[in-house]
Design a protein around this ligand. Structure first.
Ligand SMILES: Cc1ncc(COP(=O)(O)O)c(C=O)c1O
Length: 391
């Protein structure tokens, strides 16, 4: 073992030999793969947002900004949080980050001491696990189930609380399940957080992508919650801006003041032209967002009908752009099913095992291809069904 390799800390213990990498490498060797794997919208960033970044670059807006972000962007975020979700955060209660991902790390760095327990839903976006363990914290899972459409059930949260529980991460709508935790349950979770003195990190990155019949409630709007909640959000999903890397944290002023220095240490500021793009996203026309949400809704309906035909069950996704489905009817484990699907039908999806689901029965289908391509994916699956289904 090299000197350098031996010198690595425990934080760098995770070598990337993941199933995801293996699948992406296999996909790269195959022709005409239909990618329903990653959480990256097929839509391009709306043109007026791109233009705003170009204009900013031409106007020499390519220097550092304040580490908390451009004042105008923070004002626009403050107004948007109020208008969209009824959240009360002044512009100096917001820190712009390099994607919501950096916001996650920033919050964990700021909150977690060695041995602190963090409640995370299962299944979930597992970057949370890495952030928690890098900070010396301990992940404690709160199971969510298909029968509840994968909502975060308050009694399940309560059952996992111990004297060491410090933070609950509430992600609604959630990834990989698309689950929207209904307002009544959010209210009950708030009651538990107050009664058991728990901090809530509320990840609302998918909150603009909500389908008919579901309702998003921001937990920090509830009585007694603003003071114990950090709200996280970003531009990647709702504005199709994954590569621009802009997200943010909103929290009470005295907390935000303490976050600025660690935020500066991570990346100084989110890329300046990207911040101008984010400003245009919030202050410009919202029709492109509405059009994307409408497209996701159509694709969702189509995919649920196709899954019904295949005999695969799922939790009804109330938001985001995923369907999390049980492929047990195929007779294969989820990782095996995904690999066969890629080899036989050239359709790329990811198994739930990549999202901390121990069962190995589920896959996540991203609704991130045009409807015609999704129809083609389903045709291909149906065409190889005899080989795909065993037993
Ligand atoms: C729940 C959740 N939070 C945060 C992120 C990170 O998003 P970004 O850093 O692109 O804003 C993702 C990305 O998939 C996500 O699904």
């Amino acid at each position: 073992m090299s000197r350098l390799l031996k010198a690595l800390s425990d934080r760098a213990h995770e070598e990337d030999v993941s199933f995801r990498t293996r699948m992406l490498e296999l996909a790269a060797t195959l022709p005409d793969v239909i990618a329903l794997g990653r959480g990256d919208p097929d839509f391009h960033t709306p043109a007026h947002i791109v233009d705003a970044a170009k204009k900013a670059i031409d106007a020499n807006e390519h220097h550092y900004t304040h580490p908390a972000g451009l004042p105008k962007l923070r004002e626009a975020i403050s107004a948007s949080l109020k208008g969209e979700y009824g959240l009360d955060y002044a512009s100096d209660e917001i820190i712009v980050t390099a994607g919501t991902q950096e916001a996650v790390m920033l919050c964990m760095l700021a909150l977690i001491e060695k041995g602190d327990e963090v409640l995370l839903p299962a299944p979930r976006f597992t970057s949370y696990d890495t952030a928690v363990t890098m900070c010396g914290g301990v992940v404690v899972e709160v199971p969510t189930r298909e029968d509840d459409d994968y909502a975060l059930v308050p009694a399940e949260v309560e059952a996992q609380i111990t004297p060491r529980t410090k933070v609950l991460v509430l992600i609604t709508p959630n990834n990989p399940t698309g689950a929207v935790t209904p307002p009544d349950m959010v209210r009950e979770i708030a009651r538990i957080a107050i009664a058991r003195d728990i901090i809530v990190m509320s990840d609302e990155i998918y909150a603009k992508i909500i389908f008919d019949g579901s309702e998003h409630l921001s937990i920090a709007t509830l009585p007694g919650m603003r003071d114990r909640t950090i709200t996280l959000n970003g531009f990647s999903k709702s504005y199709a801006m994954t590569g621009w890397r802009v997200g943010y944290v909103a929290a009470p002023r005295d907390v935000v003041r303490r976050l600025v220095e660690p935020r500066h240490t991570l990346s100084i500021n989110a890329a300046t032209p990207s911040q101008f793009a984010a400003l245009a996203a919030l202050t410009g026309p919202q029709e492109p967002v509405d059009a994307m949400v409408k497209a996701y809704a159509e694709r969702r309906t189509f995919m649920m009908q196709a899954l019904d035909r295949l005999g695969f069950t799922y939790g009804h996704p109330g938001g985001a752009f995923y369907v999390y489905t049980n492929v047990s009817a195929s007779g294969r484990s989820a990782p095996d099913f995904c690999e066969m699907l890629l080899r036989e039908a050239r359709v790329l999806v990811f198994p739930g095992t990549m999202f901390a689901d121990p069962e190995g029965k589920h896959i996540r289908i991203s609704l991130l291809q045009p409807l015609a391509r999704m129809e083609e994916a389903v045709r291909r699956i149906e065409a190889v069904k005899d080989r795909l289904f065993v037993g």
